[in-house]
Ligand binder design. Structure first.
Ligand SMILES: Nc1ncnc2c1ncn2[C@@H]1O[C@H](COP(=O)(O)OP(=O)(O)O)[C@@H](O)[C@H]1O
Ligand SMILES: [Mg+2]
Length: 218
């Protein structure tokens, strides 16, 4: 089963939003998708509870002390993580995942936090002891701002411990479409098709990456 973990210890960077939309997209593609809400705040479970009748189903997966239990027969589990997760807990969650998606906001504090987090993640490699594929996504970008340009410049230069570039896949704009879709229990792939054209376009590089072998450890 394919597993995608959305991760960044910084609160508010868009983990839950990104997790819901990854799950929603693959559900619309007819994949059997489970969503694991590992955050006591329960944003993803709230969202699952609001999904209207008739949309593509997404199953809830349980997490108990870092151990996931996913319903049988799923093609994919998307895991949403809590803020401030470090050390053993972090290693445990990462160990169970093939792919890590790291949303980062365009602010100096968030960029600094992301850098420290990546340092910690790389220092856990012994604990993780298996390869995972990771990538960053800029979130809540206000286009043509200096902050957005700085984040793009910054994410584009991040390196993996082996010296290769850490893939920086796409930027997602700051858009009320995300907020409104969440309120209705929908992803932007299921909501207001005319209004979300541009948002869905911004998702394409991430969806292509997640659908390709480049995001799966060899
Ligand atoms: N691209 C976006 N545009 C507008 N609002 C966003 C976007 N991404 C996230 N948000 C909003 O920002 C807040 C924090 O997002 P959330 O996904 O809960 O972050 P996290 O799970 O990392 O704490 C939420 O109110 C969410 O609706
Ligand atoms: Mg969250």
């Amino acid at each position: 089963m394919r597993s995608i973990l959305v991760l960044n210890p910084k609160g508010g960077c868009g983990k839950s939003t990104v997790a819901m939309n990854i799950a929603g997209y693959f559900a619309t593609q007819g994949r059997r998708v489970a969503l694991a809400d590992c955050d006591p705040q329960g944003s993803c479970n709230y969202w699952l509870g609001r999904r209207p009748a008739g949309v593509h189903p997404i199953a809830p997966a349980r997490s108990n002390a870092g151990k996931l239990s996913v319903p049988r027969g799923m093609d994919l589990v998307v895991i949403d993580s809590p803020a401030a997760m470090h050390g053993q807990r972090l290693a445990k969650l990462v160990r169970g995942s093939q792919t890590l998606v790291i949303p980062v906001l365009p602010s100096p504090l968030d960029m600094r936090a992301a850098e420290r987090f990546l340092e910690e993640l790389f220092s856990l490699r012994r604990l993780i002891n298996r390869k995972v594929k990771l990538a960053t996504v800029g979130n809540r970008m206000r286009e043509d701002t200096l902050a957005a340009a700085r984040l793009e410049y910054y994410l584009d230069r991040m390196k993996l411990p082996n010296g290769q570039n850490l893939p920086f896949i796409t930027v997602l704009r700051n858009s009320q479409n995300y907020v409104k879709a969440v309120e209705r229990g929908l992803s932007i792939f299921e909501f207001a098709p005319a209004k979300t054209v541009y948002d869905r376009e911004q998702w394409q590089p991430l969806l292509r990456w997640l659908s390709s072998s480049r995001s799966v450890p060899g």
